[in-house]
Design a binder for this molecule. Structure first.
Ligand SMILES: [Zn+2]
Ligand SMILES: [Zn+2]
Length: 330
């Protein structure tokens, strides 16, 4: 029997339809593996720094540098530079004010690539403690950098891993797009959060901590398959304390975040091998009402006519089952 499940605090629904017990191996066709990992001519690889725009931030042995003119910093750990094909650009002038009814706003914003390693085939699940917490620090720094800009209202930080997840480069990297507007998904959540007595994320955290959907936790974070899961093996990671954006994370918390993210990616790798997925941060720096969360969406299914028509996703693996697999119980 299928089940229509409502989102924790939004008027949104998904359908959990396990017509047959799907095992991770049933998704073999959606998993990469045959994709070639071509490091030749890769512009993100260490040594090819000239082939990208000058870096805005280069992390090397715990220090931060920037490329100056034609001179490029070598032997780096992490490297951030403007996307060569930006969705938004600081060159567009953004009006001092614009009404909500404005139909066209210049494409002002920032689009940055964060290269996670100079090594081509390196995977986040294989990062050392220093590398994974280093990357979380880069995430925090770059979000803070753009959050400080007076015309920026939202910073979208995400990773596309694998062609099916929208990656055009297979070298490990994340991206950041800083927007002059707050996206509707966040605004909708904010309205519901303001309507609630208590932060709905703090409330759902208490509930999921003792549910069969809990996958793992450390002192500061919890990872679970959400009750409202739109795709098979969706995972949410939440800080246990009410924190609104990455800028509030201490180095201890950054380490704990990197550790739990790496643990989930290792579970994915164990079940699926090279799984295409997106991970995305949801956060707000303009208000403390929001509760930071990181969502991982494996790309094992395709949104088709029904999903596009209704916004209701049909998920063939229940989050309870997914959590059990990710915990290594099955
Ligand atoms: Zn490369
Ligand atoms: Zn909260």
């Amino acid at each position: 029997m299928s089940e229509i499940r409502k989102h924790y605090f939004l008027h949104e629904y998904c359908i959990i339809a396990e017509e047959r017990a799907k095992r991770p191996s049933d998704f073999a066709g959606a998993v990469r593996g045959s994709e070639k990992n071509d490091s030749e001519n890769c512009v993100f690889c260490g040594g090819n720094e000239e082939k990208t725009p000058p870096a805005t931030a280069v992390y090397k042995n715990g220090e931060v540098f920037a490329d100056t003119g034609e001179k490029r910093v070598r032997n780096w750990d992490f490297r951030c530079f403007p996307n060569l094909y930006p969705a938004l650009s600081p060159a567009s002038s953004f009006p001092e004010s614009f009404g909500k009814k404005s139909e066209v706003i210049p494409g002002f914003g920032f689009h940055e690539v964060i290269v996670e390693s100079p090594v081509h085939g390196k995977k986040l699940e294989d990062f050392s403690d220093t590398e994974i917490s280093g990357l979380m620090k880069v995430y925090r720094d770059r979000v803070c950098h753009y959050a400080a800009h007076e015309k920026i209202s939202y910073v979208s930080l995400f990773k596309n891993s694998g062609k099916a997840a929208g990656a055009s480069q297979d070298h490990p990297h994340s991206q950041l797009i800083a927007l002059p507007v707050c996206p509707q998904v966040i605004e909708k959540e904010l309205i519901a959060i303001r309507d609630a007595q208590k932060c709905p994320y703090c409330a759902l955290l208490e509930k999921e901590k003792i549910s069969p959907r809990l996958i793992l936790e450390n002192n500061d974070f919890i990872a679970f398959a959400p009750y409202y899961s739109t795709v098979p093996f969706e995972v949410w990671i939440l800080p246990k304390k009410h924190i609104s954006f990455l800028g509030e994370l201490s180095s201890g918390l950054l380490f704990a975040l990197g550790e739990i993210l790496r643990d989930i990616l290792r579970s994915y790798a164990k079940l699926f091998g090279d799984l295409p997925y997106n991970h995305m941060f949801y956060q707000l720096f303009e208000t403390t009402e929001y509760h930071l969360n990181l969502r991982l969406l494996p790309r094992l299914s395709t949104a088709a006519g029904f999903e596009l028509n209704t916004g209701i996703y049909i998920n063939t693996v229940s989050p309870e089952k997914a959590a059990s697999y990710l915990k290594g119980n099955e």
